[in-house]
Design a protein around this ligand. Structure first.
Ligand code: ZN
Length: 398
């Protein structure tokens, strides 16, 4: 049974002749028609994140004629984004993502309104921003933001069009507490920090967010127009390698902390603390704590003083296929997953510098070794990415 956003009034807007021409392929379908197209024009959608999922979302919602689109992002466009973040382009590398995305979708459809928020979506601003939109869509794919968006939507009574991606697999659902379960009904607690790698660590098949983001856009448009079977109470599981879509029925948790009749969570919390991880995947900002960090400049000086990697060991905990792309001279490869098995090859009397791509995995390696009694440890801040950026530009960044 279809579910519609009842408060959207198609009679609050008119379509110009130019708009009637633009949307003619919608208008001639009775399921959408003039009424549905006017609902789209009267509707507003907030997109949190303009990355892999946010790209197809922004473009298809704009193309479909959603009248007001809000874009939240704090980042700038990087060349490594363009393998999947197709709303941006080579000409906008270095620009603010919200401005790059806004310019692209206004070029696609100048008849819509785009509002930009060049900021992290946090407990401090989320309710204020989200209250002005009919539907909230999380395109950031990190746990703190996922719980924040969920709680915001439950507290405001709005639908949360959910999507997530990892490597070759994606998920999508519509969490709307009024009509079905919320994200917390499914996952009351986040996974332990470090258990689920981010896309920056694990990689992502570039076309995958295109598929999942397009499913999210489809669900948002269906909710606005009020047609079809929404993904409320259903979790879609997409496997790009097997090319299968499975579906899991979801139930509301009668004891859900946020959407049950007697919720324990009645206002936003500190989601980074709750999840034990940051709201972004800029892992080079990760610090192992006072005294445990080493900068790439300090490593360079140390190597110059000792004539290379001597009197200490530089352990690269990345994967062999990353080692093939780039490495720091003198480093030894021990992938994080095999570190425990190789611990007997390390001497706790020796100084050990741990290094990965951007500093996240090497920090976990440091914690593992610290837990085993090692003390003369350093985590290379920013990893080989910082090394390539600040010390040796001949090392490729990936
Ligand atoms: Zn719930």
């Amino acid at each position: 049974m279809s579910i519609a956003l009842e408060h959207i009034d198609p009679n609050s807007v008119e379509l110009s002749h130019a708009e009637i021409k633009r949307y003619s392929r919608h208008l001639i379908m009775p399921e959408v028609g003039l009424g549905g197209q006017k609902k789209l024009k009267a509707a507003s959608v907030l997109l949190v994140g303009t990355g892999g999922l946010g790209s197809p979302l922004a473009m298809y919602l704009a193309a479909a004629g959603v009248g007001r689109i809000g874009l939240v992002d704090y980042d700038i466009v990087d060349a490594s984004n363009l393998q999947r973040q197709v709303v941006h382009g080579s000409s906008t590398v270095g620009k603010l993502k919200v401005e790059s995305a806004r310019d692209r979708i206004l070029d696609l459809n100048p008849d819509i309104t785009v509002e930009t928020y060049n900021d992290l979506f946090t407990s401090a601003n989320a309710l204020d921003i989200a209250k002005n939109y009919d539907i909230i869509i999380d395109g950031t794919d990190n746990f703190p933001t996922r719980y924040l968006v969920n709680d915001v939507c439950v507290l405001l009574g709005k639908p949360n069009v959910y999507g997530s991606i990892f490597r070759f697999e994606g998920q999508a659902s519509v969490f709307w507490a009024k009509h079905g379960p919320c994200y917390r009904c499914l996952f009351p607690e986040p996974p332990p920090p470090g258990l689920v790698p981010s896309c920056a660590e694990g990689g992502v098949f570039g076309v995958l967010p295109g598929t999942v983001g397009t499913i999210q856009a489809t669900e948002a448009i269906k909710l606005i127009v009020g047609i079809g079977e929404p993904l409320v109470g259903r979790l879609l599981l997409y496997d790009a390698l097997a090319m299968t879509i499975d579906e899991v029925k979801l139930r509301k948790n009668p004891n859900c902390l946020v959407c049950s009749p007697n919720p324990k969570i009645t206002q936003l919390i500190d989601y980074e603390e709750f999840c034990g991880m940051p709201m972004h995947d800029h892992q080079d900002e990760v610090s192992a704590g006072a005294g445990w960090d080493m900068t790439v400049k300090e490593l360079k000086a140390k190597m110059e003083n000792s004539g290379g990697v001597k009197n200490f060991r530089l352990i690269d905990v990345r994967e062999p296929h990353e080692w093939e792309i780039a490495r720091i001279p003198g480093a030894e490869l021990i992938p994080l997953g095999t570190l425990a098995a190789h611990m007997n090859e390390l001497d706790s009397a020796e100084e050990i510098v741990l290094q990965c791509k951007t500093g996240g995995r090497s920090m976990r390696a440091l914690e593992l070794l610290r837990g085993a009694g090692f003390r003369k440890l350093k985590n290379l801040k920013g990893g080989i990415t910082a090394w390539a950026r600040e010390i040796d530009p001949s090392v490729p960044q990936y």
